[in-house]
Design a protein around this ligand. Structure first.
Ligand code: PLP
Length: 438
């Protein structure tokens, strides 16, 4: 295996990347341990983003590495259509335990995008199974990210991701986003203003009629568009309106699931029970691709009264892949044995203080924090949206910290095994980058 920069980079068409820019000035990661990556020169890079929000337990957890190695030697693959393997069933039980038994079933996918499309399909098929086939509309939210499948794109609210791909799914509509810098800047936890934005759902119900709406999907905290935290009471009100009109509520917890808010799920943090949750990323600590839809039992059970046969015509070759199941079972053990969520909770006040200490630095117009997440919003360079944050990303990487940027927002979400020294290093270096930005 080559551990240096490859001689040719032309054949790999990189995802969500400025390919020409990257290939002119590559950033290569060749190994990872704990809180750090190493680059081709062997330099440590502090992981301020948990990879891509997906490594809550830190890199190279021995138990996960051992579990995946053992499984690949024993059962490299097993089909999940009309047959099974024990780890898939065992994992489903452990995942239900991890939610405190608030959900009844789990449907495996390979990614967050597939989890979202699966949940949307389940919502449509659920209503049809109950004789309400007119419920075909799906409602997302502006600035929501739900992956890149046609379902997720249709309910997603990022114009740049949608514009090249035609009309998308018919019947999708969107709630307004809740981001309000004028009223909520520099908030800690849920901001004070904006609960009434949930009432926009009533407006959509009045427009389309509840009998045409299958589901509402939101990220409890929007991650990919820059850590947009819901106003106090907003998610509870969405829940109430969905319940009132028989609309399923789906939380997309691909980022927020598995400890990011220092609770097992965002649903726990906000004390709101969705009907389905989509998850991925942290479910295997990022080691093996896996996604999962958590469903309330009443949804699953609505399919079980159908005439004998396949109840839901949906699934993937790799649904419940043995390696992913082994990785996820080991991840859940690591969460429990190492008290990862409780540790995140003890680190949270220090994290919050450190993040807000960047207030007053050049270009910083907002800082928002929740759990072990922070969004640091910068003033855009006039006429060059995104350029300032991209410069931060590149300079930070060169200075040994990995951050994620979106638009002109720096989004931070390190592994939850972080200690105070990592928080100091992350914000200390980021502050230097901001101070010396052109
Ligand atoms: N949903 C949310 C909230 C996400 O943040 C992401 C990815 O970042 C996805 C869905 C898509 O997940 P994937 O990239 O695994 O398809």
């Amino acid at each position: 295996m080559n551990h240096s920069t490859p001689e040719s980079m032309s054949s790999f068409w990189m995802p969500f990347t400025n390919n020409r820019d990257f290939k002119a000035q590559p950033r290569m990661l060749v190994s990872a341990k704990g809180m750090y990556y190493q680059d081709t020169e062997g330099k440590d890079i502090l992981d301020g983003a948990a990879g891509l929000w997906c490594v809550p337990c830190g890199h190279g957890q021995p138990k996960i590495v051992a579990a995946v190695s053992e499984m690949v030697g024993r059962l490299d693959y097993a089909p999940a259509f009309q047959m099974g393997h024990p780890a898939a069933f065992e994992l489903a039980e452990r995942l239900m335990d991890y939610t405190g038994r608030k959900f009844g079933q789990v449907f495996y996918t390979n990614s967050g995008s597939e989890a979202v499309d699966t949940a949307l399909k389940i919502a449509l098929a659920y209503h049809k199974a109950r004789g309400e086939g007119s419920r075909t509309r799906l409602i997302g939210r502006e600035r929501g990210y739900h992956g890149v499948g046609f379902g997720g794109l249709s309910v997603g609210g990022i114009g740049n991701n949608r514009k090249a791909f035609g009309p998308l799914l018919p019947g999708a509509d969107h709630l307004p986003h809740t981001h309000n810098l004028l009223k909520n800047a520099f908030s800690r936890g849920e901001p004070d203003f904006g609960v009434e934005l949930a009432d926009e759902l009533e407006r959509l119900v009045a427009l389309h009629d509840a009998s045409t709406i299958a589901a509402v999907i939101v990220e409890p905290v929007s991650g990919s568009t820059g850590v947009l935290i819901p106003p106090k009471g907003y998610l509870k009100r969405l829940r109430e309106i969905c319940t009132k009109h028989g609309i399923l509520l789906i939380f997309d917890e691909v980022i927020t699931g598995f400890g990011r808010l220092a609770t097992p799920f965002a649903a726990d943090y906000f004390d709101v029970e969705p009907d389905m949750m989509t998850t991925a990323k942290g479910i295997t600590n990022g080691t093996v691709p896996m996604g999962a839809v958590f469903s309330k039992a009443f949804i699953h059970d609505a399919f079980m009264d159908a005439p004998p046969g396949i109840e839901l015509a949906h699934g993937y070759t790799y649904s419940g892949h043995p390696l992913a199941c082994a990785a996820s079972l080991a991840t859940l053990e690591v969460f429990e044995e190492q008290g990862i969520v409780a540790h995140a909770r003890t680190m949270q006040p220090y994290w919050e203080e450190a993040a807000h200490s960047l207030r007053g630095l050049p270009h910083v117009i907002d800082i928002r924090t929740i759990g072990i997440m922070a969004g640091i919003e910068l003033a855009a360079i006039p006429g060059k949206p995104g350029a300032r944050a991209l410069a931060v990303f590149k300079k930070a990487f060169a200075d040994g910290i990995l951050v994620r940027v979106t638009g002109d927002i720096v989004a931070l979400s390190p592994p939850l095994v972080l200690e105070k020294k990592h928080i100091d290093e992350l914000f200390g270096r980021l502050a230097e980058v901001l101070r010396h930005l052109d």
